[in-house]
Design a binder for this molecule. Structure first.
Ligand code: UD1
Ligand code: CA
Length: 486
Protein backbone atom coordinates (compact mmCIF):
# COMPACT_ATOMS: atom_id res chain seq x y z
CA UNK A 1 0.00 0.00 0.00
CA UNK A 2 1.70 3.20 -1.07
CA UNK A 3 1.27 6.02 1.39
CA UNK A 4 -0.48 8.11 -1.22
CA UNK A 5 -3.25 5.48 -1.31
CA UNK A 6 -3.86 5.67 2.41
CA UNK A 7 -5.90 8.12 4.46
CA UNK A 8 -6.56 8.28 8.20
CA UNK A 9 -10.01 8.98 9.65
CA UNK A 10 -10.30 9.66 13.38
CA UNK A 11 -13.85 9.72 14.77
CA UNK A 12 -13.89 12.35 17.50
CA UNK A 13 -17.31 14.00 17.37
CA UNK A 14 -18.98 12.22 20.30
CA UNK A 15 -19.73 13.76 23.67
CA UNK A 16 -18.67 10.95 25.96
CA UNK A 17 -21.84 10.80 28.07
CA UNK A 18 -20.44 8.10 30.34
CA UNK A 19 -17.64 10.40 31.58
CA UNK A 20 -20.24 12.79 33.07
CA UNK A 21 -18.16 15.79 32.03
CA UNK A 22 -18.56 19.24 30.52
CA UNK A 23 -15.42 18.50 28.51
CA UNK A 24 -15.69 16.49 25.27
CA UNK A 25 -14.33 12.98 25.73
CA UNK A 26 -11.40 13.21 23.31
CA UNK A 27 -10.13 16.33 25.14
CA UNK A 28 -9.70 14.44 28.39
CA UNK A 29 -6.08 13.70 29.23
CA UNK A 30 -4.23 10.48 29.91
CA UNK A 31 -0.49 9.93 29.89
CA UNK A 32 0.10 13.69 29.76
CA UNK A 33 -1.79 14.42 26.54
CA UNK A 34 -5.36 14.70 25.29
CA UNK A 35 -6.73 11.40 24.00
CA UNK A 36 -7.10 12.65 20.43
CA UNK A 37 -3.55 14.02 20.34
CA UNK A 38 -2.15 10.59 21.19
CA UNK A 39 -4.01 9.11 18.25
CA UNK A 40 -2.98 11.74 15.71
CA UNK A 41 0.63 11.30 16.82
CA UNK A 42 0.48 7.50 16.58
CA UNK A 43 -0.75 7.85 12.98
CA UNK A 44 1.86 10.40 11.98
CA UNK A 45 4.64 7.97 10.98
CA UNK A 46 2.24 6.18 8.60
CA UNK A 47 2.71 9.19 6.29
CA UNK A 48 -0.84 8.98 4.97
CA UNK A 49 -1.98 11.38 2.23
CA UNK A 50 -4.29 13.03 4.71
CA UNK A 51 -5.53 12.74 8.26
CA UNK A 52 -9.20 13.64 8.75
CA UNK A 53 -10.64 14.21 12.20
CA UNK A 54 -14.43 14.16 12.48
CA UNK A 55 -15.43 16.73 15.10
CA UNK A 56 -18.74 17.68 16.69
CA UNK A 57 -18.85 18.22 20.43
CA UNK A 58 -16.63 21.18 21.33
CA UNK A 59 -15.55 21.22 17.71
CA UNK A 60 -13.45 24.38 18.00
CA UNK A 61 -11.48 23.11 20.95
CA UNK A 62 -10.83 19.74 19.33
CA UNK A 63 -9.78 21.44 16.09
CA UNK A 64 -7.37 23.62 18.07
CA UNK A 65 -5.63 20.44 19.28
CA UNK A 66 -5.46 18.44 16.03
CA UNK A 67 -5.02 21.07 13.31
CA UNK A 68 -1.58 22.18 14.54
CA UNK A 69 -0.59 18.50 14.24
CA UNK A 70 -1.40 18.57 10.52
CA UNK A 71 -4.91 17.08 10.58
CA UNK A 72 -7.93 18.35 8.63
CA UNK A 73 -11.21 18.60 10.52
CA UNK A 74 -14.76 17.92 9.30
CA UNK A 75 -17.88 18.80 11.26
CA UNK A 76 -20.47 16.10 12.04
CA UNK A 77 -23.64 17.80 13.26
CA UNK A 78 -25.69 16.10 14.70
CA UNK A 79 -23.74 12.98 15.68
CA UNK A 80 -25.76 10.14 14.21
CA UNK A 81 -23.30 7.36 14.93
CA UNK A 82 -19.91 6.06 13.80
CA UNK A 83 -21.29 5.00 10.39
CA UNK A 84 -22.68 8.49 9.85
CA UNK A 85 -19.33 10.00 10.91
CA UNK A 86 -17.63 7.93 8.22
CA UNK A 87 -20.11 9.17 5.59
CA UNK A 88 -19.16 12.75 6.51
CA UNK A 89 -15.58 11.89 5.57
CA UNK A 90 -16.47 10.44 2.17
CA UNK A 91 -15.96 13.48 -0.06
CA UNK A 92 -12.81 14.64 1.68
CA UNK A 93 -11.20 11.22 1.22
CA UNK A 94 -10.91 11.94 -2.51
CA UNK A 95 -8.70 9.45 -4.31
CA UNK A 96 -7.51 7.51 -1.26
CA UNK A 97 -7.88 3.78 -1.85
CA UNK A 98 -7.61 2.67 1.78
CA UNK A 99 -8.50 4.27 5.06
CA UNK A 100 -7.43 3.41 8.57
CA UNK A 101 -10.34 4.42 10.81
CA UNK A 102 -9.81 4.96 14.53
CA UNK A 103 -12.00 6.12 17.42
CA UNK A 104 -10.85 9.26 19.24
CA UNK A 105 -10.89 7.53 22.60
CA UNK A 106 -8.48 4.58 22.27
CA UNK A 107 -5.15 6.39 22.69
CA UNK A 108 -2.80 3.51 23.53
CA UNK A 109 -2.59 2.13 19.99
CA UNK A 110 1.01 1.99 18.69
CA UNK A 111 2.23 2.89 15.22
CA UNK A 112 3.69 -0.60 14.68
CA UNK A 113 0.29 -2.16 15.29
CA UNK A 114 -1.33 0.15 12.73
CA UNK A 115 1.39 -0.67 10.19
CA UNK A 116 0.83 -4.39 10.74
CA UNK A 117 -2.94 -3.91 10.35
CA UNK A 118 -2.45 -2.16 7.01
CA UNK A 119 -0.05 -4.88 5.84
CA UNK A 120 -2.47 -7.70 6.73
CA UNK A 121 -5.26 -5.85 4.95
CA UNK A 122 -3.21 -5.39 1.77
CA UNK A 123 -1.79 -8.91 1.73
CA UNK A 124 -5.24 -10.44 2.37
CA UNK A 125 -6.91 -8.39 -0.36
CA UNK A 126 -9.60 -7.61 2.17
CA UNK A 127 -12.52 -5.19 2.04
CA UNK A 128 -12.16 -4.63 5.77
CA UNK A 129 -9.63 -5.67 8.41
CA UNK A 130 -10.58 -5.22 12.04
CA UNK A 131 -8.03 -4.73 14.78
CA UNK A 132 -9.35 -6.99 17.52
CA UNK A 133 -8.16 -8.02 20.95
CA UNK A 134 -8.81 -10.88 23.30
CA UNK A 135 -9.88 -9.59 26.69
CA UNK A 136 -10.53 -11.46 29.94
CA UNK A 137 -13.46 -9.10 30.53
CA UNK A 138 -14.95 -8.11 27.17
CA UNK A 139 -17.95 -6.29 28.61
CA UNK A 140 -18.76 -2.91 27.07
CA UNK A 141 -17.21 -3.76 23.71
CA UNK A 142 -18.63 -4.97 20.41
CA UNK A 143 -17.71 -8.64 19.78
CA UNK A 144 -16.08 -10.09 16.68
CA UNK A 145 -18.08 -12.99 15.25
CA UNK A 146 -15.85 -15.21 13.12
CA UNK A 147 -17.06 -17.58 10.47
CA UNK A 148 -13.70 -19.31 10.08
CA UNK A 149 -10.26 -19.08 11.62
CA UNK A 150 -9.40 -16.09 9.46
CA UNK A 151 -12.71 -14.63 8.28
CA UNK A 152 -15.23 -12.48 10.13
CA UNK A 153 -18.97 -12.46 9.55
CA UNK A 154 -20.09 -9.63 11.83
CA UNK A 155 -19.46 -7.29 14.75
CA UNK A 156 -22.24 -7.43 17.31
CA UNK A 157 -22.63 -4.55 19.75
CA UNK A 158 -22.95 -5.45 23.41
CA UNK A 159 -26.60 -4.41 23.56
CA UNK A 160 -27.47 -6.81 20.71
CA UNK A 161 -25.54 -9.91 21.78
CA UNK A 162 -27.36 -13.22 21.75
CA UNK A 163 -26.88 -15.59 24.68
CA UNK A 164 -24.06 -17.61 23.17
CA UNK A 165 -22.37 -14.54 21.64
CA UNK A 166 -21.81 -13.31 25.19
CA UNK A 167 -19.18 -16.04 25.49
CA UNK A 168 -17.03 -14.39 22.78
CA UNK A 169 -14.05 -12.61 24.27
CA UNK A 170 -12.57 -11.26 21.02
CA UNK A 171 -13.59 -7.62 20.91
CA UNK A 172 -13.73 -4.90 18.27
CA UNK A 173 -11.20 -2.14 18.96
CA UNK A 174 -13.09 0.19 16.55
CA UNK A 175 -9.80 0.48 14.65
CA UNK A 176 -10.14 -0.80 11.09
CA UNK A 177 -8.57 -0.69 7.68
CA UNK A 178 -11.11 -0.37 4.85
CA UNK A 179 -10.88 -0.58 1.09
CA UNK A 180 -13.02 2.48 0.45
CA UNK A 181 -14.64 1.51 -2.85
CA UNK A 182 -16.01 -1.56 -1.03
CA UNK A 183 -17.00 0.25 2.14
CA UNK A 184 -19.23 2.93 0.58
CA UNK A 185 -21.88 0.66 -0.99
CA UNK A 186 -22.00 -1.45 2.18
CA UNK A 187 -22.39 1.60 4.41
CA UNK A 188 -25.24 2.80 2.20
CA UNK A 189 -27.11 -0.40 3.10
CA UNK A 190 -26.70 0.03 6.88
CA UNK A 191 -29.89 0.93 8.76
CA UNK A 192 -30.16 2.58 12.21
CA UNK A 193 -31.40 -0.62 13.80
CA UNK A 194 -30.64 0.18 17.42
CA UNK A 195 -32.05 1.93 20.46
CA UNK A 196 -30.17 5.17 19.74
CA UNK A 197 -31.33 5.24 16.08
CA UNK A 198 -27.67 5.69 15.07
CA UNK A 199 -25.83 4.40 12.02
CA UNK A 200 -23.20 2.00 13.31
CA UNK A 201 -20.02 1.56 11.31
CA UNK A 202 -19.80 -1.88 12.91
CA UNK A 203 -22.96 -2.93 11.01
CA UNK A 204 -21.11 -2.41 7.72
CA UNK A 205 -19.08 -5.54 8.54
CA UNK A 206 -22.08 -7.89 8.29
CA UNK A 207 -23.16 -6.16 5.08
CA UNK A 208 -19.70 -6.61 3.55
CA UNK A 209 -19.76 -10.27 4.53
CA UNK A 210 -23.21 -10.71 2.98
CA UNK A 211 -21.91 -9.13 -0.22
CA UNK A 212 -19.24 -11.82 -0.37
CA UNK A 213 -16.35 -9.52 0.52
CA UNK A 214 -13.36 -10.57 2.61
CA UNK A 215 -13.39 -9.31 6.19
CA UNK A 216 -10.36 -10.13 8.36
CA UNK A 217 -9.55 -9.54 12.01
CA UNK A 218 -6.02 -9.01 13.24
CA UNK A 219 -5.50 -9.59 16.97
CA UNK A 220 -3.54 -6.82 18.69
CA UNK A 221 -0.31 -8.20 20.19
CA UNK A 222 -0.94 -6.40 23.48
CA UNK A 223 -4.65 -6.22 24.41
CA UNK A 224 -4.02 -3.08 26.46
CA UNK A 225 -3.39 -1.17 23.23
CA UNK A 226 -7.04 -1.09 22.29
CA UNK A 227 -8.52 0.04 25.61
CA UNK A 228 -11.18 2.69 25.03
CA UNK A 229 -11.88 5.49 27.50
CA UNK A 230 -15.62 5.52 28.12
CA UNK A 231 -15.50 6.08 31.90
CA UNK A 232 -13.28 7.82 34.44
CA UNK A 233 -12.07 4.40 35.53
CA UNK A 234 -11.03 3.67 31.92
CA UNK A 235 -9.16 7.00 31.84
CA UNK A 236 -7.29 6.15 35.04
CA UNK A 237 -6.34 2.72 33.70
CA UNK A 238 -5.12 4.12 30.37
CA UNK A 239 -3.14 6.84 32.18
CA UNK A 240 -1.54 4.19 34.38
CA UNK A 241 -0.43 2.21 31.33
CA UNK A 242 1.02 5.27 29.54
CA UNK A 243 2.97 6.21 32.67
CA UNK A 244 4.28 2.68 33.05
CA UNK A 245 5.45 2.59 29.41
CA UNK A 246 7.24 5.95 29.82
CA UNK A 247 8.99 4.87 33.03
CA UNK A 248 10.02 1.57 31.46
CA UNK A 249 11.50 3.40 28.46
CA UNK A 250 13.55 5.64 30.78
CA UNK A 251 14.71 2.70 32.89
CA UNK A 252 15.78 0.93 29.68
CA UNK A 253 17.79 4.06 28.87
CA UNK A 254 19.71 3.90 32.16
CA UNK A 255 17.60 5.88 34.63
CA UNK A 256 17.01 4.55 38.16
CA UNK A 257 13.44 4.96 39.35
CA UNK A 258 12.57 3.93 42.90
CA UNK A 259 9.04 2.65 43.58
CA UNK A 260 8.28 3.38 39.91
CA UNK A 261 4.52 3.09 40.26
CA UNK A 262 4.53 6.29 42.36
CA UNK A 263 6.40 8.39 39.76
CA UNK A 264 4.55 10.41 37.09
CA UNK A 265 6.47 11.40 33.95
CA UNK A 266 5.04 13.22 30.92
CA UNK A 267 5.76 11.86 27.42
CA UNK A 268 8.18 14.57 26.23
CA UNK A 269 10.41 14.45 29.33
CA UNK A 270 14.00 13.32 28.79
CA UNK A 271 16.34 12.04 31.51
CA UNK A 272 20.07 11.28 31.25
CA UNK A 273 21.94 8.15 32.28
CA UNK A 274 22.48 7.32 35.95
CA UNK A 275 20.00 9.87 37.16
CA UNK A 276 18.08 8.68 40.21
CA UNK A 277 14.41 9.48 40.64
CA UNK A 278 13.02 8.88 44.11
CA UNK A 279 9.42 7.92 44.95
CA UNK A 280 6.50 10.32 44.43
CA UNK A 281 8.28 12.60 41.96
CA UNK A 282 6.46 14.28 39.04
CA UNK A 283 8.37 15.31 35.90
CA UNK A 284 6.02 17.29 33.68
CA UNK A 285 5.82 19.16 30.38
CA UNK A 286 9.09 19.61 28.53
CA UNK A 287 11.34 18.88 31.47
CA UNK A 288 14.84 17.81 30.41
CA UNK A 289 17.19 16.30 32.97
CA UNK A 290 20.88 15.62 32.44
CA UNK A 291 23.05 12.72 33.61
CA UNK A 292 23.81 11.69 37.21
CA UNK A 293 21.15 13.95 38.74
CA UNK A 294 19.13 13.05 41.82
CA UNK A 295 15.51 14.09 42.05
CA UNK A 296 14.45 13.38 45.59
CA UNK A 297 11.05 12.47 46.89
CA UNK A 298 8.00 14.71 46.52
CA UNK A 299 9.52 17.11 43.99
CA UNK A 300 7.45 18.40 41.05
CA UNK A 301 9.32 19.73 38.01
CA UNK A 302 7.43 21.39 35.14
CA UNK A 303 9.27 22.56 32.01
CA UNK A 304 12.57 22.51 33.91
CA UNK A 305 15.96 22.16 32.21
CA UNK A 306 18.60 20.52 34.39
CA UNK A 307 22.27 20.07 33.52
CA UNK A 308 24.39 17.17 34.84
CA UNK A 309 24.94 16.23 38.49
CA UNK A 310 22.10 18.42 39.72
CA UNK A 311 20.56 17.54 43.05
CA UNK A 312 16.95 18.38 43.84
CA UNK A 313 16.38 17.67 47.53
CA UNK A 314 12.93 16.56 48.79
CA UNK A 315 9.76 18.58 48.16
CA UNK A 316 10.92 21.17 45.66
CA UNK A 317 8.56 22.79 43.13
CA UNK A 318 10.26 24.00 39.94
CA UNK A 319 8.59 25.64 36.93
CA UNK A 320 10.11 26.88 33.65
CA UNK A 321 13.60 27.27 35.06
CA UNK A 322 17.12 26.29 34.10
CA UNK A 323 19.49 24.67 36.60
CA UNK A 324 23.03 24.25 35.29
CA UNK A 325 25.59 21.61 36.30
CA UNK A 326 26.01 20.69 39.97
CA UNK A 327 23.26 22.99 41.24
CA UNK A 328 21.69 21.88 44.52
CA UNK A 329 18.23 23.05 45.57
CA UNK A 330 15.98 22.25 48.50
CA UNK A 331 14.64 20.70 50.53
CA UNK A 332 11.47 22.82 50.14
CA UNK A 333 12.64 25.27 47.48
CA UNK A 334 10.15 26.93 45.17
CA UNK A 335 11.28 28.10 41.74
CA UNK A 336 8.58 30.00 39.90
CA UNK A 337 9.07 30.64 36.16
CA UNK A 338 12.10 32.14 34.43
CA UNK A 339 15.05 31.48 36.69
CA UNK A 340 18.53 30.59 35.56
CA UNK A 341 20.75 29.01 38.20
CA UNK A 342 24.29 28.78 36.88
CA UNK A 343 26.85 26.09 37.77
CA UNK A 344 27.27 25.18 41.46
CA UNK A 345 24.50 27.44 42.76
CA UNK A 346 22.92 26.36 46.06
CA UNK A 347 19.38 27.24 46.98
CA UNK A 348 18.12 26.04 50.34
CA UNK A 349 14.94 25.51 52.31
CA UNK A 350 11.99 27.91 52.03
CA UNK A 351 13.66 29.98 49.35
CA UNK A 352 11.40 31.31 46.58
CA UNK A 353 12.80 32.48 43.26
CA UNK A 354 11.09 34.24 40.36
CA UNK A 355 12.61 35.58 37.14
CA UNK A 356 16.06 35.65 38.65
CA UNK A 357 19.55 34.83 37.39
CA UNK A 358 21.93 33.46 40.00
CA UNK A 359 25.63 33.42 39.13
CA UNK A 360 28.10 30.53 39.49
CA UNK A 361 28.62 29.30 43.04
CA UNK A 362 26.23 31.77 44.68
CA UNK A 363 24.25 30.57 47.71
CA UNK A 364 20.87 31.49 49.15
CA UNK A 365 20.29 28.86 51.77
CA UNK A 366 17.40 29.91 53.99
CA UNK A 367 14.01 31.65 54.01
CA UNK A 368 14.55 34.08 51.14
CA UNK A 369 12.59 35.68 48.29
CA UNK A 370 14.50 36.69 45.17
CA UNK A 371 12.31 38.16 42.41
CA UNK A 372 13.52 40.03 39.28
CA UNK A 373 17.04 39.71 40.68
CA UNK A 374 20.34 39.39 38.86
CA UNK A 375 23.08 38.09 41.11
CA UNK A 376 26.72 37.57 40.20
CA UNK A 377 29.18 34.80 41.10
CA UNK A 378 30.15 33.50 44.53
CA UNK A 379 27.84 35.78 46.45
CA UNK A 380 26.18 34.83 49.73
CA UNK A 381 22.58 35.77 50.34
CA UNK A 382 21.83 35.60 54.07
CA UNK A 383 18.81 34.04 55.73
CA UNK A 384 15.60 35.99 55.38
CA UNK A 385 16.74 38.25 52.54
CA UNK A 386 13.84 39.74 50.59
CA UNK A 387 13.86 41.61 47.30
CA UNK A 388 11.02 44.13 47.53
CA UNK A 389 10.43 44.07 43.78
CA UNK A 390 6.82 45.25 43.62
CA UNK A 391 5.26 48.54 44.66
CA UNK A 392 1.72 47.50 43.87
CA UNK A 393 1.96 48.84 40.31
CA UNK A 394 5.26 47.81 38.73
CA UNK A 395 8.07 45.30 39.19
CA UNK A 396 11.66 46.54 39.61
CA UNK A 397 15.03 44.79 39.31
CA UNK A 398 17.60 44.12 41.99
CA UNK A 399 21.19 43.76 40.81
CA UNK A 400 23.84 42.20 43.03
CA UNK A 401 27.44 41.79 41.88
CA UNK A 402 30.10 39.10 42.39
CA UNK A 403 31.36 38.05 45.84
CA UNK A 404 28.74 40.12 47.62
CA UNK A 405 27.73 39.33 51.20
CA UNK A 406 24.13 40.14 52.03
CA UNK A 407 23.57 39.91 55.79
CA UNK A 408 20.56 38.09 57.19
CA UNK A 409 17.15 39.73 57.23
CA UNK A 410 17.98 42.31 54.57
CA UNK A 411 15.21 43.99 52.60
CA UNK A 412 16.43 45.19 49.19
CA UNK A 413 13.96 47.82 47.98
CA UNK A 414 14.13 47.69 44.18
CA UNK A 415 15.28 49.16 41.93
CA UNK A 416 18.61 48.87 43.70
CA UNK A 417 22.18 47.72 43.01
CA UNK A 418 24.85 46.23 45.25
CA UNK A 419 28.32 46.43 43.70
CA UNK A 420 30.96 43.66 43.49
CA UNK A 421 32.57 42.69 46.76
CA UNK A 422 30.21 44.80 48.89
CA UNK A 423 28.73 43.90 52.28
CA UNK A 424 25.23 44.65 53.47
CA UNK A 425 24.78 44.61 57.23
CA UNK A 426 22.24 42.21 58.70
CA UNK A 427 18.80 43.66 59.27
CA UNK A 428 19.24 46.47 56.75
CA UNK A 429 16.52 47.96 54.60
CA UNK A 430 18.51 48.94 51.53
CA UNK A 431 16.89 51.71 49.50
CA UNK A 432 20.00 53.15 47.84
CA UNK A 433 22.75 51.55 45.78
CA UNK A 434 25.71 50.09 47.70
CA UNK A 435 29.07 50.81 46.01
CA UNK A 436 31.52 48.02 45.15
CA UNK A 437 33.62 46.88 48.13
CA UNK A 438 31.60 49.14 50.46
CA UNK A 439 29.32 48.40 53.38
CA UNK A 440 25.64 49.23 53.28
CA UNK A 441 24.11 49.51 56.71
CA UNK A 442 20.57 50.79 57.09
CA UNK A 443 19.16 50.22 60.55
CA UNK A 444 18.87 52.30 63.75
CA UNK A 445 21.85 52.19 66.08
CA UNK A 446 21.58 49.90 69.10
CA UNK A 447 21.47 51.37 72.62
CA UNK A 448 22.26 49.16 75.66
CA UNK A 449 20.87 50.17 79.07
CA UNK A 450 22.77 48.30 81.84
CA UNK A 451 20.63 46.98 84.68
CA UNK A 452 17.39 48.03 82.99
CA UNK A 453 15.82 44.57 83.02
CA UNK A 454 16.43 43.72 86.70
CA UNK A 455 15.19 47.18 87.72
CA UNK A 456 12.03 46.62 85.66
CA UNK A 457 11.41 43.25 87.29
CA UNK A 458 11.71 44.79 90.77
CA UNK A 459 9.20 47.51 89.85
CA UNK A 460 6.70 45.03 88.54
CA UNK A 461 6.98 42.80 91.60
CA UNK A 462 6.39 45.76 93.91
CA UNK A 463 3.32 46.88 91.97
CA UNK A 464 1.90 43.38 92.30
CA UNK A 465 2.10 43.08 96.15
CA UNK A 466 -0.86 45.24 97.33
CA UNK A 467 -3.19 43.36 94.96
CA UNK A 468 -2.37 40.07 96.60
CA UNK A 469 -3.35 41.54 100.03
CA UNK A 470 -6.81 42.61 98.90
CA UNK A 471 -7.36 39.25 97.28
CA UNK A 472 -6.84 37.44 100.59
CA UNK A 473 -9.53 39.55 102.27
CA UNK A 474 -11.99 39.01 99.40
CA UNK A 475 -14.20 35.96 98.97
CA UNK A 476 -12.60 33.21 96.80
CA UNK A 477 -14.86 33.72 93.79
CA UNK A 478 -13.90 37.38 93.39
CA UNK A 479 -10.22 36.55 93.59
CA UNK A 480 -10.51 34.00 90.82
CA UNK A 481 -12.24 36.59 88.61
CA UNK A 482 -9.50 39.11 89.21
CA UNK A 483 -6.85 36.56 88.22
CA UNK A 484 -8.67 35.82 85.01
CA UNK A 485 -8.83 39.50 84.08
CA UNK A 486 -5.08 39.72 84.44
C1 UD1 B 1 -17.31 1.46 19.68
C2 UD1 B 1 -17.73 0.33 18.76
C3 UD1 B 1 -17.55 -0.98 19.51
C4 UD1 B 1 -16.12 -1.12 19.98
C5 UD1 B 1 -15.69 0.08 20.81
C6 UD1 B 1 -14.22 0.03 21.08
C7 UD1 B 1 -19.49 1.27 17.34
C8 UD1 B 1 -20.96 1.32 17.07
N1 UD1 B 1 -19.10 0.51 18.37
O1 UD1 B 1 -18.20 1.49 20.77
O2 UD1 B 1 -17.86 -2.07 18.66
O3 UD1 B 1 -15.97 -2.31 20.73
O4 UD1 B 1 -15.96 1.29 20.10
O5 UD1 B 1 -13.80 1.07 21.92
O6 UD1 B 1 -18.74 1.88 16.62
N2 UD1 B 1 -18.20 9.15 17.27
C9 UD1 B 1 -18.36 10.12 16.31
N3 UD1 B 1 -19.60 10.38 15.84
C10 UD1 B 1 -20.70 9.73 16.26
C11 UD1 B 1 -20.53 8.73 17.26
C12 UD1 B 1 -19.27 8.46 17.74
O7 UD1 B 1 -17.40 10.74 15.88
O8 UD1 B 1 -21.79 10.03 15.78
C13 UD1 B 1 -16.85 8.87 17.79
C14 UD1 B 1 -16.73 9.10 19.30
O9 UD1 B 1 -16.33 10.44 19.57
C15 UD1 B 1 -15.68 8.10 19.70
C16 UD1 B 1 -15.77 7.00 18.66
O10 UD1 B 1 -16.55 7.51 17.60
O11 UD1 B 1 -14.38 8.66 19.68
C17 UD1 B 1 -16.41 5.74 19.22
O12 UD1 B 1 -17.67 6.08 19.79
P1 UD1 B 1 -18.12 5.50 21.20
O13 UD1 B 1 -19.44 6.08 21.51
O14 UD1 B 1 -17.05 5.64 22.17
O15 UD1 B 1 -18.31 3.96 20.81
P2 UD1 B 1 -18.32 2.71 21.80
O16 UD1 B 1 -19.64 2.62 22.42
O17 UD1 B 1 -17.15 2.75 22.68
CA1 CA C 1 -15.52 4.15 23.10
Amino acid sequence: MSHQDLAIVILAAGKGTRLKSSLAKVLHRAGGRTLVEHIVRACHPLKARKTLVIIGHQAEEVAAVVEPLGATTLLQQPQNGTGHAMQIAKRALGRAKYAIVLPGDAPLVRTETLKALAAVHRNGNAAATILSAVLADPSGYGRVVRKSETMVSAIVEESQLSGEQREINEINSAIYCFTLEKLWPALAQVKPNNLHRELYLTDAIAVLNARGETVLAQVAPDPREVLGCNTRADLAEVDRIFREWKRNALMDAGVTIQLPETVLIDPDVTVGEDTIIEPCVQLLGNTKIGARCTIRTGSVLTDAILGDDVKVEPYCVVAESRLDDRVIIGPFSRLRPNNHLKDDVRIGNFVELKKSTIGEGTKAMHLTYLGDAKIGKKSNIGAGTITCNYDGFHKYPTTIGDKVFIGSDTALVAPVRVGDGAYVAAGSTITENVPADGLGIARSRQVNKPGWASQKRRELAAADKPKRKTRKSEPRKKARKARKRR
